[in-house]
Design a protein around this ligand. Structure first.
Ligand code: URA
Length: 308
């Protein structure tokens, strides 16, 4: 959970939820939000959203003078992108929240075009690194493209990087990654014999769920990544990855353990196994036996389709 601006909330002396208390010290308020699960502060400077808004003349200033926010008259989602940095007020400046710049469908088309143009995984990584069409890029520390062996016959795809992955720029390196490593080891695999990526290559702030438009924008890239890696077996880890890559609305609990197909843009059909996400297994250890079954299926399929 993200706490955007604790200091500003203090300035405004809000009624703190459910306590009826009118004024807290910053320390008390931070403890309150930490206990409520807010573990990240996005704003470096305190912004008092209750202060007077900018005078009309400034409100009408062209976007070139206000930074990279949406153009005057442009609705959120109409082709504009602004990083958080571009809307962050400078010290002492009276500010107002600009509308969130949500990327629109044009970015999905652009993502498709760029992904299609990439002829190798390295080119695809470069295209993604240069792509500014997804807002998640602006709050993430690193692009998390892939780990493991791109030549492996097994590819696993998760949802999106978390904090550890964002810091290291590699997928599945935190606690759920450690469990994934143990699951792979159970079928005689490791990161030299598996290729690992995510549907979303940038960490959503505070680990929030990616929005449907963010997923749509990132999808062409992961689809192309699968196509270029050309694994013999694809494993989708958890519900979001399964929905995004197997074109289904059926929940993971019903789908897991059953062979599906992922069809690449070029028409290649890759056998795909939806299974439970390691983060889910950490919260529900009793479900590990189900994932174990799925991984045995994966091992058997690889032995049958690609005997070494
Ligand atoms: N969860 C994911 O889906 N991907 C990661 O890289 C880490 C955690």
């Amino acid at each position: 959970m993200i706490l955007a601006n604790p200091a500003a909330i203090c300035h405004a002396r809000p009624m703190v939820p459910e306590t009826g208390k009118q004024s807290w010290s910053l320390r008390e308020l931070l403890h309150f939000y930490a206990d409520a699960g807010a573990d990240e502060a996005l704003g470096e400077e305190a912004v008092d959203w209750f202060a007077e808004r900018m005078p009309p003349s400034e409100e009408q200033a062209p976007s070139s003078e206000r930074g990279a926010g949406p153009r005057a008259g442009q609705k959120p989602g109409e082709g504009g992108f602004s990083s958080d940095a571009s809307i962050r007020p400078s010290k002492g400046e009276i500010s107002r929240p600009l509308p969130a710049a949500v990327p629109d469908g044009a970015q999905v088309a652009r993502a498709r075009e760029l992904a299609r143009e990439a002829r190798t995984l390295e080119e695809l990584r470069e295209q993604l690194a240069a792509f500014d069409g997804c807002n998640l890029k602006f709050t993430a520390k690193n692009l998390v493209f892939a780990d493991g062996n791109p030549g492996a016959n097994l590819m696993l795809v998760g949802e999106a990087p978390g904090r550890d992955e964002d810091i290291e720029g590699l997928p599945f390196v935190g606690v759920s990654g450690q469990l994934l490593d143990r699951m792979l080891a159970a079928i005689g695999r490791d990161r030299r014999s598996a290729y690992i990526a995510n549907v979303i290559p940038w960490r959503p702030p505070g680990n929030r769920t990616p929005t449907p438009i963010e997923t749509e924008i990132c999808r062409p890239f992961i689809e192309r990544q699968i196509e270029l890696a050309a694994p013999k077996v694809l494993v989708t880890l958890g519900n979001p990855s399964t929905k995004a890559l197997l074109d289904t609305q059926v929940g993971i609990m019903r789908l897991r353990g059953t062979w599906r197909e992922h069809r690449t843009a070029g028409g290649r059909v890759i056998p795909a196994m939806p299974t439970l996400h390691p983060a889910y297994l950490l919260r529900n250890p009793a479900a590990k036996r189900l994932a174990w079954r799925d991984f045995l299926e994966i091992k058997a399929k690889l032995a049958a389709t690609d005997p070494e």
